[in-house]
Design a protein around this ligand. Structure first.
Ligand code: PLP
Length: 393
């Protein structure tokens, strides 16, 4: 198998599994119990909290473990509106993940909230003047914007946005699920109130994540029922996964310090350039520079992405059209549509996302197969413009 879908999820790092194993076997005590062996488990949870905090430049007390990115996003939104109950307006962008968008939609539908979704341009970028203008003084409770887009990898300038919002008296949350571990992030420099992350996006386990909540803001718990996480998230801790998340953040911090994300950019660029030089009609979706270094969102003119994905799947190459959450639907990706992309180009788009486990040999093998498959699909549709163009040159 050649796995080129690392924005959907990632391989568990062997060192993460190793760190988790004791807590799946003999170290099973409840960290809240009073005896010696539970204190060791609690220590492991605290160590993981320190590891996550260190990656983000946060204080350990500002990290709350959750069941993943979705819960962290939901908690930030729910807490913000609970702390500012008189405010009934929320701001996001048109390309947010459903973990934010669907919560906003529910608040609009069932609780009378007004929601302003700021549009993005053809590169997937925001107009910051327009964003600022969307905030209504005294009415807006929260601005929630993703750090990196899950499909295109496009990065929003979160620190700059935080600066613009600083005097507006609103909460600012960033869904950084796709950015953490892949891009350097410092929450204090960024100036956000909340940040969501998810373990399985950077070689940690699934079903575990964290919310950074600045010590300068109040956090109202979303999951109620126990004093865990300093009364901020009830429920017995998912100890093994939390330990795994901690280890994954430690590994990612070391990788980022060694410029691992820049090495990924070289590999991604190699992949894109090879496809572009060997096939006409290949375009990069999203800003060419302001995007995650591991993501290649590519439009292949004159083909349907679904057909290409089936051919790749037969060769055990994993990639996706749109995000994994929307797989199976034949609609153009809402994110590409929000960028104003023509339906045909959006339907011809495949997302490839690599990780540090991706080898050059795997990329070469994938490139060969993609080139052959796209050529074959274009021959099946002789009317497609790119094929004519190709034949005449
Ligand atoms: N936010 C973004 C941008 C994502 O890509 C994802 C996962 O695909 C999530 C939130 C949800 O994270 P989780 O799967 O950990 O709930």
């Amino acid at each position: 198998m050649i796995y080129l879908d690392n924005n959907a999820t990632t391989k568990l790092h062997p060192e993460v599994l190793e760190a988790m194993m004791p807590f799946l076997t003999e170290a099973y005590a409840n960290p809240s119990s009073g005896y010696q062996c539970s204190r060791q488990v609690k220590k492991a949870v605290d160590r993981a909290r320190g590891q996550v905090a260190s990656l983000l430049g946060a204080d350990p007390g500002e990290i709350i473990f959750t069941s993943g990115g979705t819960e962290a996003d939901n908690t930030a939104i729910a807490s913000s509106i609970a702390c500012l109950p008189e405010r009934k307006h929320l701001v996001g962008s048109t390309v947010e993940h459903p973990a934010v968008l669907q919560f906003f939609e529910m608040l609009e539908r069932e609780h009378g909230y007004g929601v302003t979704l700021v549009p993005v341009d053809g590169n997937g970028e925001l107009d910051l003047e327009q964003l600022e203008a969307a905030v209504k003084p005294g009415e807006t409770a929260l601005v929630s914007l993703m750090w990196a887009n899950n499909e295109t990898g496009v990065l929003f300038p979160i620190p700059e946005i935080a600066q613009r919002l600083a005097d507006k008296g609103v909460y600012f949350h960033t869904d950084a699920v796709q950015a953490v571990g892949k891009s350097p992030i410092d929450v204090k420099e960024a100036g956000v109130h909340f940040l969501a992350l998810s373990g399985h996006k950077f070689h940690g386990p699934k079903g575990v994540g964290a919310l950074y909540a600045s010590s300068h803001v109040r956090l109202k718990p979303r999951i109620i029922g126990g004093a865990q996480e300093a009364n901020r998230r009830g429920g017995t801790e998912n100890v093994a996964s939390i330990v795994g998340l901690g280890k994954a953040t430690e590994l990612m911090q070391a990788k980022l310090a060694q410029g691992g994300h820049l090495k990924l950019r070289d590999e991604r660029d190699y992949f894109e350039n090879a496809l572009k030089s060997r096939l006409p009609g290949v375009q990069i979706n999203g800003h060419p520079d302001h995007r995650l270094t591991n993501t290649a969102n590519l439009a292949f003119e004159g083909i349907e992405a679904q057909a290409l994905l089936i051919m790749l799947d037969e060769a055990e190459i994993c990639a996706s059209a749109g995000s994994a959450c929307h797989t199976g639907s034949l609609h153009a990706s809402p994110i590409l549509s929000a960028m104003g992309m023509a339906r045909e180009r959006a339907l011809g788009t495949v997302r490839f996302s690599i990780s540090s486990f991706t080898t050059r040999e795997e990329l070469d093998e994938a490139i060969e197969l993609i080139v052959r498959s796209v050529e074959k699909l274009r021959q099946l549709r002789p009317g497609a413009s790119v094929v004519e163009e190709h034949a005449s040159t």
